[in-house]
Design a binder for this molecule. Structure first.
Ligand code: CAA
Length: 379
């Protein structure tokens, strides 16, 4: 078996690395500390094709595919995990339209989303519906020519800056997860309000807000697929999204390892570099091994997606293992830094906070295990 990246995939990785070095690395700490969302940088990401990587060129995307997307997202996350989640949700937002949109919807919304002219967001989670989106309450009532939407969505990445929102809402109160539908909602529609901006532990240069829908009239033609398909559309989009979060986790994990190595090779204690101690070497060996394994799981899920094979189980495995790897790597790398790691002047402090979200959003590690177990038991 051989897994060789194509020259195009290598090129995209290098392009993303250069972009991240120039646009992210010098400013990542300041943006984190001052909670600055880099709107201009996100626009540039659109211009270089990083926001519609799985969308074919005829719909404004770069058509680079899932493997290239993984490679690029890792590079972005290596320098700035906040910008990586912005990029990941932007790419995820194109997925429902790509898979379920009709020609008119694709031309109107997918083209500006994929080319980065418009930023996308994905509104599923509610105050009382996180791991269990099937219990959501946001209501979309059929009024003939339009749906009347009322409800509140929380933790919405890109919410303040989005041009369109992928909204999942309840069209049938009796049918549980089969009573949900998906809509494309223009953000400047009357009745769409941006609520609280979240004060997060990490990923502070990403935008996370509450979105409130108050008697918002969403035109009938903005329904995706048909009524009742909302839960499936969300799950299909999340399958892809989870490959993105696995890649973001890998970028963070690699940055943790590199910071740990750099520190261990300069810090002296007991008259020796601490990299010469076996206790430190074992931590570095574990980090490197787990990153390698997470990388293969993630690329394998992405490769299956590119080849049109089922990848629900593989995406959840990649997301579970890579996000847990990022958390373990952040813990160990900070431990290697000792007291200095706890101080804001060292990069590892930011990485430690950023890593924490990866095993929570787009399905907690516990939810990934539910998905994996179901798929494995189904055979
Ligand atoms: N693809 C297609 N269809 C799927 C699917 C998938 N991956 N997973 C489930 N379905 C279908 C099922 O086949 C079933 O179809 P029928 O009704 O026709 O039988 C239907 O959906 C319901 O499925 P389940 O019975 O399995 O649903 P469930 O209520 O037991 O939930 C779950 C399953 C996997 C736990 C799901 O609820 C889940 O993934 N929860 C986590 C939610 C999540 O990840 N939220 C993240 C929010 S977005 C975010 O975080 C973005 C951000 O800003 C960073």
């Amino acid at each position: 078996m051989s897994f060789q990246l194509t020259s195009e995939q290598e090129m995209i990785r290098l392009m993303a690395r250069d972009f991240a070095k120039k646009e992210l690395e010098p400013y990542a700490d300041k943006r984190d500390q001052e909670e600055i969302f880099p709107e201009d940088v996100v626009k540039k990401m659109g211009e270089v094709g990083l926001l519609g990587m799985m969308v074919p060129p005829e719909y404004g995307g770069s058509g680079a595919g899932a493997v290239s997307y993984c490679l690029a997202l890792q590079e972005i996350a290596y320098e700035c995990a906040s910008t990586a989640v912005t990029m990941s949700v932007a790419n995820l937002s194109a997925e429902p339209l790509l898979r379920f949109g009709d020609e008119e919807q694709k031309c109107k919304y997918l083209v500006p989303l994929a080319s980065g002219k418009m930023l996308g967001s994905f509104a599923v989670t509610e105050p009382g519906a996180g791991s269990d989106p099937g219990s959501m309450k946001t209501r979309a009532e059929d009024k003939g020519g339009y749906y009347l939407v009322n409800g509140t969505k929380v933790f919405i990445t890109n919410g303040s800056y989005a041009g369109v929102i992928n909204l999942i809402a309840r069209t049938d109160p009796e049918k549980g997860s089969r009573g949900l539908s998906a809509f494309i909602v223009e953000k400047d529609l009357p009745g769409v309000l941006v609520g609280n901006k979240e004060d997060k532990m990490g990923l502070r240069a990403s935008n996370t807000v509450e979105l409130i829908f108050e008697d918002c009239k969403v035109p009938r033609e903005n329904l995706l697929g048909r009524e009742g398909l909302g839960f499936k559309i969300a799950m299909v989009a999340l399958d892809s999204g989870r490959i993105g979060i696995a890649s973001q986790s890998l970028g963070i994990a690699q940055a943790c390892l590199d910071e740990a190595i750099k520190y261990a090779k300069t810090r002296r204690q007991f008259g020796r570099l601490i990299s010469s101690f076996q206790a430190i070497q074992w931590m570095i060996a574990d980090m490197a091994t787990q990153i390698e394994a997470a990388n293969w799981l993630t690329l394998s899920a992405a490769d299956r997606k590119d080849r049109g094979l089922a990848f629900t189980k593989e995406a959840s495995m990649a997301k579970l293992f890579a996000s847990e790897t990022a958390n373990k790597a952040a813990y160990k790398a900070l431990q290697i830094h000792g007291g200095y790691g706890y101080m804001k002047e060292f990069k590892i402090e930011r990485l430690y906070r950023d890593a924490r979200a990866t095993s929570i959003y787009e399905g907690t590690s516990e939810i990934q295990r539910v998905v994996i177990a179901r798929e494995v038991l189904r055979g």
